[in-house]
Design a binder for this molecule. Structure first.
Ligand code: ZN
Length: 445
């Protein structure tokens, strides 16, 4: 098939009248700029490459609009998040993830790295049949059409030197060896439709020795993610226990490499920034979540200058809008530095697409060999009309997304999902309403 874009944002630069030839596998085989549409082309208007959501916890969506009042801090929010996790079972997890992935797809995210740690029954015993929670996520992604990189997460401790609490039992696998065994079995069980990645929850939840064992026990090409220095308390605990920053612990464990995505990277020393940059890691910023939880503003510009890639994630999914994340990244930089234009529009476009995809272990952007994943923006709404195409990433919101293409196939249009067979549309809001209902009889604290 052939797709014609009135304007396509290629490497962050608007190019007029572009024909994209899509091969049977759904990848871009050829790019012809400056040519008129042919008969039978699927004709799109203003087109961006699909955004890669480099950090998500789908089930945190339950907390949207229910935890933003009343004060407290990250740690109080975490208690409420655990209460939601306690109620999940494979069926609820599937329905919730399908709805959240649907919301993402309609918003312009065409790939997601799901940081998943609710592996087992509430008492910590394995599901039978095995991998029920992981399969629930994989099916949810297949139902919507979003590309899933499933980051199966190792979560062994409730804090440095502390056992898992009762609420955390279902996250655990006992030992790093136990987690690795399950990871390899999961890889054998899942089909090729899912990219299976891995994650270490944080230095709070996995010891330096176990991080080393995990790095050594995983194949080299597997994307590896970790929460890094989101809160000052994590740094203080890590320094007290190990005499090193969390970044130094990761470095000593051999984890710093281009395949690593360091999520948040908020409270870093100059040495941390240098080590992360030298290793060419991806730093995943989650600006709407970091603002909501009062985490702080991380050193994104410094990390990029040091050699790190910058990607974006929706994290708790209180906001699912790639444009608000990218704007939050730049806004945080401006607020902290007193300067405008800290990231160029080319860099911001790369954070949305190329770097988000790289964090998922995929090739992003509009380029030959990349999957044909596209987002059409309405450039004539009240928000976007009059904007220069290159600056749309700083003007549009998810409400301006029209058609969303994954692998050359139309998967959403005007906020409505097309489903596996391209049949009748499904509104993600209706999916969410149904998926959230079981959480309504709630655990008010
Ligand atoms: Zn997270």
């Amino acid at each position: 098939m052939i797709i014609h874009c009135q304007t396509a944002l290629i490497d962050g630069v608007p190019v007029r009248s572009v024909r994209l030839h899509v091969d049977p596998s759904g990848s871009i085989a050829r790019i012809e700029p400056g040519v008129a549409p042919g008969e039978g082309d699927l004709r799109l208007g203003m087109v961006l490459p699909g955004a890669g959501n480099a950090h998500s916890h789908a089930f945190h969506r339950v907390l949207r609009g229910r935890t933003h009042d009343g004060g407290g801090d990250f740690w109080r929010w975490r208690e409420r998040m655990y209460a939601a996790a306690a109620r999940l079972d494979p069926a609820l997890y599937h329905d919730l993830a399908r709805a959240v992935f649907g919301e993402m797809l309609a918003a312009g995210y065409t790939a997601v790295a799901e940081f998943h740690y609710v592996h087992h029954r509430p008492d910590g015993t394995a599901y039978d049949p095995a991998h029920a929670m992981e399969r629930a996520l994989a099916e949810a992604a297949a139902d919507t059409g979003i590309r899933l990189t499933l980051l199966d997460t190792c979560y062994l401790a409730g804090g440095i030197g502390a056992p898992l609490t009762p609420a955390q039992l279902r996250f655990g696998d006992g030992t790093a060896a136990g987690w690795l065994r399950r990871w390899h079995a999961l890889r054998d069980a899942l089909g090729p439709s899912v990219v299976l990645g891995a994650a270490v929850h944080s230095v709070r939840a996995v010891t330096p020795e176990d991080i080393g064992a995990i790095v050594a026990g995983l194949p080299d090409d597997v994307p590896l993610h970790v929460h890094l220095s989101e809160q000052p308390q994590e740094n203080a605990d890590c320094l007290a226990a190990y005499g090193r920053t969390p970044t130094q612990v990761l470095a000593d464990a051999g984890a710093l490499a281009p395949r690593l995505s360091a999520v948040h990277a908020t409270h870093l020393t100059a040495d941390d920034v240098r080590m992360l940059g030298d290793a060419g890691v991806t730093a995943v910023f989650c600006p709407t979540t970091e603002a909501d939880l009062g985490d702080g503003i991380g050193p994104a510009r410094e990390l990029a200058d040091a050699g790190a890639r910058i990607a974006l994630g929706s994290d708790q999914n209180a906001v699912v809008d790639p444009f608000l994340e990218v704007r939050g990244l730049e806004a945080g930089e401006r607020l902290a530095s007193g300067r405008r234009g800290r990231f160029s529009t080319v860099e911001l476009a790369a954070a949305l697409a190329d770097n988000g995809y790289a964090a998922c272990g995929l090739t992003g952007g509009i380029r030959v060999g990349a999957p044909c994943d596209l987002v059409e923006l309405d450039a004539a709404t009240v928000r976007t009309v009059g904007a220069e195409p290159a600056q749309l990433v700083l003007a549009a919101t998810a409400s301006d997304v029209r058609r969303v293409i994954v692998g050359g196939r139309l998967r959403a249009a005007a906020g409505v999902l097309r489903g596996r067979d391209g049949g009748a549309g499904v509104d993600p809001a209706a999916l969410l309403a149904a998926a959230l209902r079981p959480f309504d009889t709630s655990e008010e604290d």
